[in-house]
Design a protein around this ligand. Sequence first.
Ligand SMILES: NC(=O)c1ccc[n+]([C@@H]2O[C@H](COP(=O)([O-])OP(=O)(O)OC[C@H]3O[C@@H](n4cnc5c(N)ncnc54)[C@H](OP(=O)(O)O)[C@@H]3O)[C@@H](O)[C@H]2O)c1
Length: 227
Amino acid sequence: MNVAVLGSGVVGRTLSAKLEDCGHKVVVGTRDVDSLLARTERAMGGRLPPFSEWYAQNSAVGLGTFAEAAKHGDIVINATSGAATLDVLTAAGRANLGGKVLVDISNPLDYSGGMLSLFVSNTESLAERIQKSFPEANVVKTLNTMNAGVMVDPKSVAGGDHHVFVSGNDADAKARVVDLLRNDFGWTNVIDLGDITTARGPEMLLILWVQLRTTFGTAAFNFKIAR
Ligand SMILES: NC(=O)c1ccc[n+]([C@@H]2O[C@H](COP(=O)([O-])OP(=O)(O)OC[C@H]3O[C@@H](n4cnc5c(N)ncnc54)[C@H](OP(=O)(O)O)[C@@H]3O)[C@@H](O)[C@H]2O)c1
């Protein structure tokens, strides 16, 4: 399958490498390929090497603008900064998203006030904003409630005994995403919450997730729902 991964950060890199390993043809989307490859600074407080270092080890993955990547993808994954997501998808191009599954992993994080808050919550979610702005795409929210490493290797935490959520309006789109979660990433516990409005809960979980990372001193954990 041709997959577009919009985003050159740790999520974009982690998902691209895994999907390529699984036999998919991946193109990573970025604002400007030359400037991305020319960057020398580390990201994520020094924890993430420059993209060019990662790319040298993952050269089978394609690289293009957001529009070039989206055009390539039968399925498009949004792994960009939540604040930039609507601009990124506009740059990706309505025509390149039409009729496609749009997997949204972004979070509406806002650090501007000094403490973490969400720039949309309670009565709306970022996933709903995306779906309203791009009605021609089938948005499926998933994987936003865990660290990038856990997304593609759920067994790395508690042997995989924890949960991932999916939300979306289109049943076929959700089924394709669940298939990818199970068969490519190895998820066994998938909870279908319902339509795209149900993405509010998983997005609001991020306030708790970020606090838990501080409390535990590691991002290698996930939510397990006991009944
Ligand atoms: N980090 C995690 O483990 C994790 C876990 C769950 C969910 N998430 C969510 O997943 C998303 C990606 O996270 P991340 O840590 O991998 O990367 P990130 O630093 O949040 O986002 C990087 C991407 O956003 C793009 N971007 C940033 N500002 C932009 C702007 N003003 N205009 C256009 N594009 C812009 C960058 O474009 P360029 O390529 O051009 O630089 C890059 O592709 C976020 O929404 C995050 O909340 C992250």
